[in-house]
Design a protein around this ligand. Sequence first.
Ligand code: HEC
Ligand code: HEC
Length: 378
Amino acid sequence: MPPIDSTKASPQMRVWDIGVRVFHWSLLLAVSVAAMTGFFGSPDSFSIHLIAGVAIAYLLLFRVIWGFSGSTFARFRTFIFGPSVLIARAKDMLAGRHTRYLGHNPLGGLMVFALLGVLALILMTGTVVLGGTLKQGPLAFITSYATGGLVKEIHQALAIGLVGLIGLHLAGVAYETVLGKEKLMKAMITGDKPAVSDVPLPKPALARPIVALVLLAVISLSSIFVIASFAARPGLGVPVATVDPHYVKECGACHVAYHPSMGTAKLWEGILAHLDQHFGEDASLPEATRAALATYLAANSAEHFDTRIAHVLAKANPDDPLRFTATRFWTRMHHEIPESVFKSKPVGFKGACNACHSDAKAGLFAPQNIDIPEGAFK
Ligand code: HEC
Ligand code: HEC
């Protein structure tokens, strides 16, 4: 049955148009970057993770449009198969029989939809995580920190699932290459395959690149406006009011005036109760000033906000409950920074958050706003 030996002699046919090929290799690149920065990244590479995610979103959008406007084998209708065909294909594979399809074979086509579907879910969950945990992006205004944390687990599980699917995809390619003697890799580069098929060819279709590009432009431009307007709304539970200038004056004299959302009511109470012995300094204040600060800090403590910093610093270290820098979270995040950097002139001490976090004063601490000052390494 398999007429595969005739492949050398048979004429070549354009199967994968330029749209499919550029999409395929660009997606591989974008997914690799997203996976590397997601699985092994640090706050440093977070912007790259986001850029890769946005690139994947545009690639998916293009592929969906191209599935209706590309040339024959790019069209979804040429690789949607019913369950009976899928089962027959699986049986063929188990029996070592090779039925040659010019485009995607039934299981290969199913894999395309699975990959596109899982990627779409990863993008959606990623947007929820971004909104909930970092209060960034179009969903920040409606997503709580708790939701973001929960969905992060799903985002990560989907990413692991994607790695599994890619493994299966590669196994399928290897199977076709070895048992079917297909040159699939080469075909995804040149676009051409020997024009031999064991099954009737689908009805041919011409690519409509202009229609596709216009659609892509219209949808992406209009969505950018919607996304930007959502992203411009204040994040749920993010402090919007400026920090009280009296507080900044009294508590910002020796170190940065820590944003009130960084400390729990209990921490602020503890600090204000012993101002005369403030970490070895005398920071005492007249009683009226102290009482006013107490009211302000109690009304703006971590409990009133839903930012990451308000949550992560809330778990105080019982051995040193009044220091942010003693919390497990803080120690874990900063353990790679040498002691000499904290003691350096441009930083001074561990609690000088603003030396490295340009948005510390606003209580935000976004991964994109971290920069250890140059001079700190001298
Ligand atoms: C007279 C100077 C001075 C003033 C005024 C002052 N502090 Fe401090 N503060 C310090 C010093 C010194 C440290 C400890 C620095 C170190 O760890 O080396 C510190 C540490 C802290 C820390 C712990 C930082 C960490 O390590 O996580 C908090 C919280 C804090 N101050 C809050 C306040 C508040 C609130 C006020 C206003 C009521 C205030 N400080 C006013 C000198 C001051
Ligand atoms: C010497 C510079 C420096 C100082 C001072 C510093 N940080 Fe950081 N911080 C960093 C760096 C660098 C990272 C990223 C660590 C990594 O790459 O894993 C970080 C990470 C963080 C993160 C996690 C960011 C993320 O998105 O994962 C938080 C939150 C944070 N710091 C809070 C603080 C707070 C609060 C203070 C002050 C009490 C502080 N930092 C003081 C340099 C500093």
